[in-house]
Write a protein that binds this ligand. Structure first.
Ligand SMILES: Cc1cc2nc3c(=O)[nH]c(=O)nc-3n(C[C@H](O)[C@H](O)[C@H](O)COP(=O)(O)OP(=O)(O)OC[C@H]3O[C@@H](n4cnc5c(N)ncnc54)[C@H](O)[C@@H]3O)c2cc1C
Length: 388
């Protein structure tokens, strides 16, 4: 069989690339090894698909080359995707900070992509095993359904997380086969685990959540933290996991937006116990446990001014060192991927191998939590779809 373009992977990026190229009149075949297309889109955003973030810009992405994503985001940005969603009469809502979710469910986004692909004449072959790819003039893709020859080959096989949904390392293997570099990989947007010592004192807080500020190196986020039986989770922890590296401490502000020292000074002569005072500002179980672990809980009027200053500092700069992550099984994304230095940021084409493109999460471009990763899939998919 001969096609203009073969796309490996019918996920968010692959389908966006397919429909964009199909609309240009290119003959497109998408090869997908799972029965269903776009499994990650289906489960994204807890089933409601946080399909974009209207505030998306390069600062929301981590990459060895922080400028690489700019061009694609500028050519097909959040509002371009919103236009498509509106054309299909899909209802959506803004949850917070520019995050757009489907009102009914992520299935609507998948059906929209499938409809657009079918209108653009795209052929999608599911349940298809890819055995090998090569280049002899044209690209040759060998599958368990036969061999396809194509002018262009687009690799859209995503990251390594959630293997049960179809994730494999085939895209990274193809990159290496064509002599490209892959940056170091690790699970991200993932819960962090604590060592036995911390767990023995904190695991009884499992299920407790609290609004905090979390920092690691130069990165900082405000949001919910959730104590789990393995460590720490919740949106603020998932965000910081993008920046956390083994051995690094997290600094947690348990009193975000409040000057704890000021509060203590105002209550200095009170007979209220410190843990009861803190319970007014955080879950009581957390307040009591934190006091038991880190200070001597007494009545407010029994502390010296210096002691109160120190407690306030500890509360707003609680240092804790995770011992790892919950791994690819629980990670929303893979940090790292195919090195962007080897690609045109305008077209996603590999400079040294004309006709070969990489898009989406397989690349070393990883977004923060909040709709940025799907937006990258749409933007990079569109960019390649205009040129493949
Ligand atoms: C639980 C969860 C929730 C998420 N929620 C959100 C969210 O709300 N908002 C957001 O922006 N991002 C979210 N993400 C991240 C987002 O889903 C991904 O970043 C995005 O789907 C990446 O798009 P992609 O097309 O590059 O890869 P994918 O969507 O993963 O698509 C890759 C495709 O390639 C196929 N494939 C892989 N290997 C092979 C092979 N060997 N042969 C053939 N086909 C292959 C896969 O089956 C898959 O269909 C979430 C991720 C997870 C895991």
């Amino acid at each position: 069989m001969k096609k203009d373009i073969v796309i490996l992977g019918a996920g968010a990026a692959g389908l966006m690339c397919a429909l964009s190229a199909g609309k240009r009149g290119r003959s497109v075949l998408v090869l997908e090894h799972m029965r269903q297309v776009a499994n990650k889109v289906r489960i994204s955003g807890g089933g409601r698909c946080n399909f974009t973030n209207v505030n998306a810009y390069s600062g929301n992405y981590v990459s060895r080359n922080p400028h690489f994503c700019k061009s694609a985001l500028a050519r097909f940005g959040p509002m371009d995707f919103v236009d498509m969603v509106e054309r299909h009469s899909i209802k959506y809502y803004e949850k917070e900070a520019g995050q757009l979710f489907c009102s009914k469910g992520s299935g609507e986004i998948v059906r929209m992509l499938q409809r657009e692909c079918s209108e653009a004449g795209v052929e999608i072959s599911g349940d298809c095993r890819i055995d090998a790819v090569g280049k002899k003039g044209h690209f040759i893709t060998e599958t368990d359904r036969g061999t396809v020859e194509s002018e262009s080959l687009v690799v859209a096989t995503g990251g390594l997380s959630y293997p049960e949904l179809g994730a494999t390392d085939i895209g990274l293997c193809i990159a290496r086969q064509f002599g490209m570099k892959v940056t170091p990989l690790r699970p991200a947007l993932v819960p962090l685990t604590l060592g036995q010592k911390d767990l023995s004192s904190l695991s009884e807080l499992s299920g407790v959540s609290h609004e905090v500020g979390v920092g690691c190196k130069a990165a900082a986020f405000d949001g919910q933290i959730l104590f789990t039986h393995r460590g720490l989770s919740g949106p603020a922890i998932l965000q910081i996991s993008l920046y956390w590296e083994e051995g690094e401490p997290l600094t947690i502000d348990l009193f975000p937006g409040i000057d704890a020292n000021e509060l203590f000074m105002a209550r200095r002569s009170s007979k209220m116990r410190m843990d009861n005072l803190l319970s007014g500002h955080m879950p009581a179980r957390l307040a009591k446990k934190w006091c038991e672990l880190y200070i001597e809980p007494k009545q407010m009027n029994q502390y010296t001014e210096k002691e109160l200053r120190e407690i306030a500092y500890k509360l707003q700069n609680w240092r804790i060192v995770p011992d790892g992550t919950e791994g690819y099984a629980k990670a929303e994304v893979t940090l790292g991927g195919v090195d962007t230095d080897e690609l045109s940021s305008k077209t996603m084409e590999v400079r040294s191998t004309p006709g070969l493109f990489f898009i989406g999460e397989v690349l070393d471009v990883t977004g923060q939590l909040g709709g940025f990763n799907l937006q990258w899939a749409w933007s990079s998919g569109y960019a390649a779809g205009q040129h493949a």
